[in-house]
Write a protein that binds this ligand. Sequence first.
Ligand code: NDP
Length: 418
Amino acid sequence: MKLLIIGCGGVAQVAIKKCCMADDVFTEIMIASRTKSKCDSVKEEMSGKTRAKIYTAKVDAENVEELCSLINSFKPAAVLNVALPYQDLTIMEACLRCKVHYIDTANYECEDTDDPVWRANYEKRVKEKGFTAYFDYSYQWDYAEKYKKAGICALLGTGFDPGVTQVFSAYAQKHYFDSIESIDILDCNGGDHGYPFATNFNPEINLREVSANGSYWENGKWIETKPLEIKRVYNFDGVGEKDMYLLHHEEIESLAKNIKGVKRIRFFMTFGQSYIQHMNCLKDVGMLSTVPVNYEGKEIVPIQFLKVLLPDPATLGARTKGKTNIGCIFTGYKDGRKKSIYIYNVCDHQECYREVGSQAISYTTGVPAMIGAMLVVKGVWNKAGVYNAEEFDPDPYMEALNKYGLPWKVDETPVLVD
Ligand code: NDP
């Protein structure tokens, strides 16, 4: 199978290496990104370590014509988008025009939130749905009919969260519950990189997400909170006690649609005090803004300038120590009895580094990206249309997680979050 991988950052590098390890499935891989030299150095690193043939190219993923000519010349079975959420729609459009399957790890975001067309849609959606996050699934779900007609599949959000958390939800629904009442998604990073401040994936995407209003789904509607307003403390297996904060997260929107009867869905992520203090300070001085400012005659986007100053997440692997624990606590009913379970994975930063040279956040995203692409190209997860991970049979994905480095556990007596 031929796979075109777009992007060559922290997450992409793990996905590429894992695809190279699965060379019985991925026989030819094209790595294409904005900076071709990064693609070439990953190709070089993998030389002699895989039977997959690797090619590289430069591409602007915001240019549909350029993407189409690359797709038409390489003729992949699918395109794995591990660039940035800003490019989701252009890559989806190119896949549609060329009739190839599409896979990504993050929901579309508009880079320029001052764009009048985007702003009008946004304001309409805020009124209709009641959450103010600057991203939602409507733009990608709007492709469903076109993908169906073209006979191709789009698998949206196959990272860990979104991604594995939704597969856990489908698995809980299939094997543990007659009805699920609540889902709490917990994302704990107990790793320490030793810097006063750094983000574990793209700083721009990460800081926009964390500094925005939080929200959760309850009894059929969204409840919005101020940024980091709701805090809980939880004791995580493999990590210990951590502060965690409620965030808005994209998979809440699709789980609310696809897990029938669910009454509440929340998402919590752990942060230390140092991270929050730095982030608040940067926000207060305007450094998290995506709106360009004029500096000595040159337009600069504050958050993009900040990205240049911060450590590149792809370089944190060697110095990050500790573990992650990410999973979902489900409550609900089985055979008339109330029950709860926690399905989760614990991942060790240093083990990931030894295997692929990356820290665990890139690893826990890149491995599911590879698994999603593999299931789609093998036809195991393949329906024409646009789908989220919980809309497929979870069993093959759960098996693949165990096989490819993200083994999971089920705790049948978890401590619940109040
Ligand atoms: P990085 O910033 O490290 O990498 C992004 C890559 O995309 C870079 O190689 C960059 O090129 C490339 N790129 C950016 N713009 C373009 C463009 N116009 N054309 C071609 N290539 C482009 O990000 P991460 O690896 O940290 O994150 C990748 C994705 O993974 C993001 O969408 C993120 O939201 C998602 N993610 C998902 C998670 C999940 O669990 N679902 C968790 C973590 C991340 P260049 O090298 O030139 O800058």
